[in-house]
Design a protein around this ligand. Structure first.
Ligand SMILES: *Cc1c(COP(=O)(O)O)cnc(C)c1O
Length: 384
């Protein structure tokens, strides 16, 4: 048998082996952590290939970046100290007068950044409806647009946007498309294959998967684009870096990404089906359900499952929803998502008033536990 090169290997193999890393000196199969902030020059005073300073280039950060770049099928990737640092790097790279079309249903922190900072910096934005390409077309028709920002499935209703259709449309109007793919992960969707120019991840969530790292990643389909160059400069001179120890943990987490996301998707689908017929639930938002408005598109652009995130509407309002969540025993009553442990929260409490999230919505992040334990817990939480 001939030895397979990285290009021949499945993404799950590349992830499991952290791109096949072994230490040339010791043979170690576990990637090492490089914590040095500075790197000596060669004897002729040239810089080593690695660079000279950690803000410019870190070996452990580079390992995480190379892995996500490979998994997403991109040309280059940068890591950041949080998911929001990665998302907002794209906005920092815009120029005064630029217009952004932004999906109205996205992670609340991105909307909050735009609400606080965009207009003061001369960046204009218009919201569009994530489920309607007509709504995006109206925005693109009305205003010349530099960038379209969308998330799919999107917090916290898991609204699905047809990435290929959105990219075809946006490109026709000369706009680039950035997709926050935190919830889908490259296991389920690879936005660059559908035409996306930029992919964003809160690595804090599924990529790391163990609720112990705050981090973000951006992947570009075109490393020679002017926007990517400005993102590089923003990162270099504003310095929102991922720490070396966190980069190590992130690589470690990504090695089990494929197993975790598949299990989480299986558990979530079973839970969604259980909740859909439960009398204590008014509505379930989950793109894996045939009844979900995003199901058809999700089936086309998601493979191996529909993800581990779902939301439910409780009959009543804030009080009734919080009463349910307070009975959580196996589920942890906490925000965030994508960890191996299941979480449930009253979403509006975590968000600012920039969102329209209903007061009776509970957001559920499904972990890798034995699914019956999770279903039993939800069943006792939902007693009336
Ligand atoms: C959590 C999250 C972010 C922000 O990531 P942080 O690491 O918390 O800054 C961005 N987008 C999505 C979809 C998220 O879930």
């Amino acid at each position: 048998m001939t030895k397979k090169s990285a290009g021949d290997l499945a993404p799950s193999t590349l992830a499991a082996q952290a791109l096949g890393w072994t230490d040339e000196v010791t043979g170690a199969v576990t990637p090492s952590i490089s914590v040095s902030t500075t790197f000596t020059r060669n004897s002729d005073y040239s810089a080593r290939e690695n660079g000279t300073y950690l803000r410019d280039h870190g070996p452990t950060q580079k390992h995480a970046e190379s892995l996500i770049c490979e998994l997403e099928g991109g040309q280059d990737a940068f890591s950041f100290g949080s998911g929001l640092a990665a998302c907002t790097a794209a906005f920092h790279a815009l120029e005064k007068g630029d217009h952004v079309a932004v999906s109205a249903v996205i992670y609340h922190g991105v909307l909050s950044w735009l609400a606080h900072f965009a207009e003061q910096r001369g960046i204009h934005y218009t919201l569009f409806d994530p489920g309607s390409l007509d709504s995006l077309a109206d925005v693109l028709e009305a205003t010349p647009t530099r960038l379209v920002w969308l998330e799919t499935p999107a917090n916290p209703t898991w609204a699905v946007t047809d990435i290929r259709a959105a990219c075809d449309l946006s490109h026709k109007y000369g706009a680039l498309v950035a997709v926050d793919s935190t919830v889908a992960t490259p296991v389920l969707t690879r936005p660059i294959e559908f035409g996306a120019d930029l992919v964003c991840h809160a690595a804090t969530k599924y990529l790391n998967g163990h609720s112990d790292v705050l981090g973000g990643l951006l992947v570009t389909a075109d490393s020679s684009s002017p926007l990517w160059e400005r993102i590089r400069l923003h990162r270099l001179y504003a310095g929102p870096m991922l720490g070396s120890l966190d980069a190590y943990l992130l690589v470690r987490g990504m090695r089990t990404l494929y197993l975790r996301v598949k299990k989480q998707s299986e558990n979530a689908l079973q839970i969604a089906r259980f909740l859909e017929q439960h009398p204590g639930v008014e509505r379930v938002h989950y793109p894996g359900l045939e009844s979900d408005p995003g199901h058809e598109v999700a089936r086309r652009q998601m493979q191996d499952g529909f993800g581990g995130m779902l939301s439910i509407l409780i009959p009543g309002g804030r009080e009734e929803a919080i009463a349910v969540v307070k009975r959580a025993a196996v589920f942890k009553m906490a925000t965030s998502l994508g960890g191996v442990e299941s979480l449930i929260e009253h979403r509006k409490t975590s968000e600012t008033d920039v969102t329209n999230t209903p007061q009776n919505l509970l957001r559920i992040s499904v972990g890798i536990e034995f699914v019956d334990d999770l279903i039993d817990d939800l069943n006792q939480m939902l007693r009336f």
